[in-house]
Design a protein. Sequence first.
Length: 232
Amino acid sequence: MNQEALHKITYGIYILSTEFEGKPNGQIVNSVFQVTAEPATIAVSLNKQNLTCEYLLKTKKFSLSMLEKNTPMTFIGQFGFKSGRTSNKFEGISSKKGTTGMPIVLDHALACLEAEVIGQLEVGTNIIIVGKILEAEVLSQLEPMTYVYYHDVKKGFSPKNAPTYIKAEEMVAKKGEKTMDKYVCKVCGYIYDPVVGDPDNGVAAGTKFEDVPNTWVCPICGAGKDQFEEVK
Ligand SMILES: Cc1cc2nc3c(=O)[nH]c(=O)nc-3n(C[C@H](O)[C@H](O)[C@H](O)COP(=O)(O)O)c2cc1C
């Protein structure tokens, strides 16, 4: 099987949010598609280990926020590389309560919808959730972020719990990023490129990894500098 063929499947990038016993939680998902038009239904694949999945199976309601093209990587990192088990992802985030009572993330969202679960199918590590759409709203006319844009332009990766996960080493090989100066984050696969630096976080272009301050953290997943290893 040529895995490369699977990488040709296209997706968008979304935040699925839900709430259980007054505690909101949400996670990044790419595996979303509309199933039927009448009634309008939607499906998503969730890893059973995610807190969002645990909450959703109890609450049976969720919202989806469709993210715009220029959503910062740190924002995606907060919802896609961290678990609600260790941090409150909604702190400092702009959100609203939907008519179903579920939280809806508004930051960087160009549209949102709410759904109730009408079906589920266990598939190994994941559960496919089918939801009947109850509400849908357009929030702006910005362009949506696609999975290809996230990978190719924003240089983003998918963590182990994402259905489209590719090992960091394979990703490095795939992108042909083999120079000695680059460092890869062992947690999320982000590659620090000294040519680019990390200007958003105070590291100027042209800064060697050795010269990056020890307080610097991975812009995607927040891992410390000690979690990086040289790209061989
Ligand atoms: C680009 C991207 C796409 C992802 N797609 C999915 C997905 O479709 N399904 C899934 O279960 N996890 C996906 N993830 C992983 C979850 O967002 C991640 O495991 C998250 O930390 C779970 O948080 P939670 O434990 O708070 O629910 C994706 C992550 C990223 C960065």
